[in-house]
Ligand binder design. Sequence first.
Ligand SMILES: NC(=O)c1ccc[n+]([C@@H]2O[C@H](COP(=O)([O-])OP(=O)(O)OC[C@H]3O[C@@H](n4cnc5c(N)ncnc54)[C@H](OP(=O)(O)O)[C@@H]3O)[C@@H](O)[C@H]2O)c1
Length: 323
Amino acid sequence: MSGGVEKVVCVTGASGYIASWLVKLLLQRGYTVNASVRDPNDPKKTEHLLMLDGAKERLHLFKADLLEEGSFDSLVDGCEGVFHTASPVDFSANDPQAELIEPAVKGTLNVLRSCAKFSSVKRVVLTSSMAAVIYSGKPLTPDVVVDETWISDPAICEKSKLWYVLSKTLAEKAAWEFSKENGIDMVAMLPWWVTGPLLQPTLNATLEPFLKLVKGAESLPFIYPAWVDVRDVANAHILAFENPSASGRYCLVGRVLQFSEFVKLIRDLFPDINLPEKCGDDHPFASSCKVSRERAEGLGLNFTPVEETLKDTFESLRARNFF
Ligand SMILES: NC(=O)c1ccc[n+]([C@@H]2O[C@H](COP(=O)([O-])OP(=O)(O)OC[C@H]3O[C@@H](n4cnc5c(N)ncnc54)[C@H](OP(=O)(O)O)[C@@H]3O)[C@@H](O)[C@H]2O)c1
């Protein structure tokens, strides 16, 4: 135990894939954690959190919804650090404005308004996304290294009907504007495709493609095969809170791996899993982009090798009988 002894922090959307790991690591480091969930009476959303080491003594659940004004006040009150991860992750919303954009943007402002009310808050760590980085209009050619200066252009997201991407881009933009106007010390974490073992009992949207593959899909639905381990993402959030000199944005990408490399790796690890025979790296971006790890590594983050991440992902899915 270290780092967090006697400190109180909070995590929004605590039952989610990334946030569950964040809560686990924060408890491990000795923090007292206020955790928001939408429905504290739903065991599927809370049981895995309540079973974590240290939860009995130092985990407090709060009910909060992104769209309810003032919903996060009691969660944030008395906290030194606020980790805002809650945001809908849905790639097939029927009503993108209501299902994605409003909760992401209004919800983020709602959380930040609560932060501005309480002087206990020293830093906010926002879970943004590489979605808010790469759709800038700049070409993703092999000679280019994407870094934290890139910002997605909402007009490009809208034109391409990339509604989840738009929700993350607008939410981060609104968060920077509000933080600057209200003197909030905020840092933003920008993970790409997050994989690794899950703690929650239900399947989250970014692990779904793995099951589809096992069940016969010919390719992964994502065109950018840039991976990061969920445990690294959680750890990066904590490092960004604990390091006083942390500031601005942090790209979180462990490795870019082509689909054919991915399939070979899983076949070598799990010869009994049925994966497609044919796999096409058919998108021109798939092999070309590089992402800077400099700032993330400067925080002290050691990225987990992708082989280990994917092995743990598949083992975790299998152990939970998802296959
Ligand atoms: N997974 C990735 O590859 C990835 C990559 C980059 C960035 N991110 C970002 O990381 C964060 C967490 O994503 P995840 O992958 O862990 O997804 P997840 O498991 O679906 O978690 C999302 C969380 O947001 C909560 N939420 C959604 N709408 C809400 C609302 N109206 N009010 C309160 N809470 C609400 C969900 O609560 P319920 O459990 O009640 O639904 C859930 O706890 C998101 O901000 C996402 O954009 C994820």
